[in-house]
Design a protein around this ligand. Structure first.
Ligand SMILES: CC(C)(COP(=O)(O)OP(=O)(O)OC[C@H]1O[C@@H](n2cnc3c(N)ncnc32)[C@H](O)[C@@H]1OP(=O)(O)O)[C@@H](O)C(=O)NCCC(=O)NCCS
Length: 182
């Protein structure tokens, strides 16, 4: 696989690079679209990048070099979540699916107790929603007005997941939505 996850030491060697990455890019589909250095420093101090729940990595690509940031979240829970942020110059080049597939493989090969891996995105983050589908994830929920937007109306939050058994067998099991009325 062309993708390597390189551990980030947020309070040590990687601190400056992490602050620079987060403050030099815009993230139009995140709640905080243009984080400030102070906000990132506060998040580092609060353990948001590395603690019992969070583990952050640079995404290093065999051909392209460092293309972005990946954080595994909720690691002390049964179901981890994630945050994926490509650098602006690497967005829209077809890398997301491969990266999410690599992250999925990492979860299921290194966390034997984990049965499902989850993610959420805004309804209008079409690229991310396509990436979920490409990586074999399944949409499970659509939370209407569930995503706050600064200075605007809330949009929906869409939830996806992948099951270990689907990952192992290479299948994609759809959600049966009408089971109650069947
Ligand atoms: C969201 C993100 C991870 C997607 O990865 P990516 O490598 O840029 O996505 P891709 O280039 O593989 O595009 C995926 C699909 O979306 C389509 N697409 C890409 N940008 C699009 C856009 N702005 N509008 C509509 N479709 C778009 C592509 O054509 C592709 O379609 P296909 O699967 O039919 O071929 C990346 O753009 C990113 O890091 N964005 C900023 C941070 C972010 O929003 N992260 C998500 C947090 S959950």
């Amino acid at each position: 696989m062309a993708v390597t996850f390189t551990p980030i030491d947020p309070e040590g060697a990687d601190r400056d690079e992490l602050v620079a990455f987060m403050t030099s890019q815009t993230f139009p589909f995140h709640v905080r679209t243009s984080p400030t250095a102070e906000q990132i420093s506060d998040a580092i101090a609060a353990g948001a990048y590395r603690d019992d729940d969070n583990a952050s990595f640079w995404i290093d690509h065999a051909e392209h070099g460092r293309v972005g940031f990946f954080r595994f979240e909720d690691l002390s829970e049964d179901t981890p979540l994630f945050d994926l942020r490509l650098a602006e110059q690497w967005r829209g080049r077809g890398l997301g699916g491969e990266i999410l597939a690599a992250a999925t493989e990492r979860v299921f090969t290194t966390m034997p107790e984990v049965r499902r891996f989850e993610g959420q995105t805004r309804e209008d983050n079409v690229a991310m929603r396509r990436v979920f589908v490409r990586a074999g994830w399944v949409q499970e929920a659509y939370y209407r007005e569930g995503w706050p937007v600064e200075g605007g109306e809330p949009v929906a939050s869409v939830a996806y997941s992948v099951l270990r058994r689907d990952w192992e067998s290479g299948t994609v099991t759809p959600v049966v939505w009408d089971a109650a009325s069947a």
